[in-house]
Design a binder for this molecule. Structure first.
Ligand SMILES: NC(=O)c1ccc[n+]([C@@H]2O[C@H](COP(=O)([O-])OP(=O)(O)OC[C@H]3O[C@@H](n4cnc5c(N)ncnc54)[C@H](O)[C@@H]3O)[C@@H](O)[C@H]2O)c1
Length: 256
């Protein structure tokens, strides 16, 4: 099947890594439906993607709200007819929380609702369409499933949940739908934000040098792998978690 007739839906696709994934897929001829809670970012993004205006839609969506999620999936199918790829990416990217003895249940629940339950809800509503096309899903987790800083419990728990959810879904939905996970390390996204908040990355040599690959990552580094995992070439890969971190989690560090 020609790539041009395929449709991907991407949550959190109006900024950051999700926007990089959207641009990569549009460039490869996919149709893309973007869900994001931030309508200003959505409007900016549609303006920037003007070249692809027939192939992209933005739907303001809150992934924690099932009615909003259902409406996003309905609008995507109404516009493009079917869904071949799902990218669950929308999240609260700030990993920090109050120290655990002071962490409120509200803050805990809010992060889990967005970063984990949101992935479940969008998957639930997209699966009937993915089954029909023998499509694929990619869930964005984080290298924080493997290593932690202090005071990151809610974020890390949500990301660990995503890795586990991924293999559970791969088993439940196979052989019709493949489900994989991509865990980015340090990805600089300041130049992929909505216009009012965009800035050039402010990174030091030290930031770059601590990566075996010699640099901090960009949304393009993640997007290439996501596009591959959605494609038929990846037809024998499901239930896995792939690390994209410039080698950072492979580097042994001793305190000086
Ligand atoms: N940037 C990194 O270094 C990094 C590293 C590992 C993992 N990640 C993960 O990658 C994903 C994207 O992160 P990013 O750095 O691009 O962040 P970002 O803040 O630039 O983008 C996240 C997008 O998600 C949207 N969003 C937030 N809550 C939402 C909701 N309830 N419903 C719909 N949309 C919502 C935001 O409006 C935003 O556009 C997140 O899941 C994050 O945890 C990022």
């Amino acid at each position: 099947m020609a790539a041009a007739s395929k449709t991907a839906i991407i949550t959190g696709g109006a900024q950051g890594i999700g926007k990089g994934i959207a641009l990569n897929l549009l460039t490869q001829g996919w149709n893309v439906a973007i869900a994001d809670i931030d309508s200003e970012a959505g409007a900016d993004c549609i303006k920037e993607f003007e070249l692809f205006s027939d192939a992209v839609i933005f739907c303001q969506t809150d992934v924690t709200d099932e009615i909003s999620v259902q409406s996003f999936v309905d609008q995507s199918v109404e516009r493009f007819g079917s869904i071949h790829g799902l990218v669950n990416n929308a999240g609260i990217a700030d990993p920090y929380n109050d120290p655990v003895e002071k962490l409120s249940l509200n803050d805990w629940n809010h992060k889990l609702a967005t970063n984990l339950t949101g992935y479940f809800l969008v998957t639930k509503h997209a699966v009937p369409y993915l089954r029909k096309t023998r499509g694929a899903a990619v869930n964005i987790a984080s290298t924080r499933v493997l290593q932690s800083e202090p005071n990151t419990e809610a974020y890390v728990a949500s990301k660990g949940g995503i890795v586990a959810l991924t293999h559970a879904l791969a088993i439940s939905l196979g052989p019709h739908v493949r489900v994989n996970c991509v865990s980015p390390g340090w990805i600089t996204v300041s130049d992929w934000q909505k216009e009012s908040q965009r800035s050039e990355p402010n990174l030091s040599d030290r930031d770059h040098d601590q990566h075996p690959a010699g640099r901090v990552g960009t949304p393009n580094d993640v997007a290439g792998l996501v596009a591959y995992l959605l494609a038929e070439e990846a037809g024998f890969i499901t239930g896995q978690n792939f690390i994209v971190d410039g080698g950072m989690t492979r580097k042994m560090i001793y305190a000086e």
